[in-house]
Ligand binder design. Structure first.
Ligand code: CUA
Length: 314
């Protein structure tokens, strides 16, 4: 149990940080002492129940007052184990919660139902972030709507993301690779789809990515496809099937009935308005107030891209 702490196992995600190893070692210790205690207590119970069972009608239990040594031992040994768990737990918790001061800071925003990331140089990304391997990284996180929770199993760390204030967490990934992020606080319909990837890459690759315009030389429709996969996929399908919102296939150019009885044709203006002010004109059969606004979150290029992408889905 303790020796498995430095490797990944069949039961646990990989340990991609030193903190993850420390968390697992502590849990391994707790598991082992709990198992030993369980065997001693339950095993002793069964053993004594059998050994001292009543053999005949006249069996009498002898009078036993106490045994000071035994009582001291079964109090003092657990006391030492509890204190060890407390001190050890405090040390690991402190390490988990205290970000080094030289950390690379990244702003994180949670919104139903995706994660977006903003770096100091202005580079932004959605549903994926890049960090250099071996680098202390501190995430400063906020929510635009309800409580979410940023959870990275491979780093053994998790933090609530709350509207109206910033919370933070930090990590230092020691191995290159892609690590899954989950939202770990139920936040509505597509909670389970609120995921992201952390790409831990070499420093050169990271610098490359950081300085790179993600839409460089891309046709608008491909910009739109990227916007879709990073921002819209939780609620909109690429078929004509309705999910949380309408499916996108064939929607462009369609005539729709609105709440209140008037008609609308889905054109560039309607798509744009629905991205920026989703509740302005809600199509009949869809609930009001579900889609959040993307005003200030998508650039004009991204909005145009999304429109072109929807147009292309005939
Ligand atoms: Cu966001 Cu669950």
């Amino acid at each position: 149990m303790l020796s498995s702490a430095s490797t990944s196992s069949r039961f646990m995600p990989p340990q991609a940080t030193e903190v993850a190893q420390n968390v697992d070692t502590l849990y391994g210790f707790l598991l082992v002492i709990s198992l030993i205690s369980c065997v001693l207590v339950i095993g002793g119970l069964i053993y004594f129940a059998v050994k001292y069972r009543r053999h005949t009608e006249n069996d009498k239990t002898p009078y036993i007052s106490h045994n000071a040594t035994l009582e001291f031992l079964w109090s003092f040994i657990p006391f030492l184990l509890f204190m060890a768990s407390f001190v050890w737990g405090w040390i690991v918790y402190h390490q988990l919660r205290t970000a080094p001061t030289d950390a690379l800071e990244v702003m994180v925003r949670g919104q139903k139902w995706n994660w977006t990331f903003a770096y100091k140089n202005g580079r932004t990304s959605a549903s994926e972030m890049f960090v250099p391997v071996g680098q202390n990284v501190r995430l400063i996180m906020g929510s635009s709507d309800v409580i979410h929770s940023f959870y990275i199993p491979a780093f053994r760390t998790k933090q609530d993301v709350v509207p109206g204030r910033y919370t933070s967490l930090w990590f230092n990934a020691e191995k290159e690779g892609d690590y899954q992020v989950f939202c770990a606080e139920y936040c509505g319909d597509q909670h389970s789809g609120m995921q992201a990837k952390i790409h831990v890459v070499s420093r050169e690759k990271f610098e490359d990515w950081l300085g790179n315009d993600p839409y460089k030389d891309l046709p608008l429709v491909e910009v739109g496809r990227k916007v879709y996969t990073s921002r819209c996929v939780a609620c909109h399908t690429l078929t004509d099937q309705k999910a949380v919102g309408p499916g996108w296939k064939g929607v462009f150019g369609r005539k729709e009935k609105l709440e209140g009885g008037s008609d609308i044709t889905v054109d560039e203006n309607y798509v744009r308005e629905s991205i920026l002010d989703p509740n302005a004109k809600v199509v009949l059969g869809f609930p009001r107030g579900v889609m959040p606004t993307f005003a200030g979150q998508l650039s004009e290029q991204e909005i145009s891209g999304a429109i072109e992408f929807i147009k292309s889905l005939k």
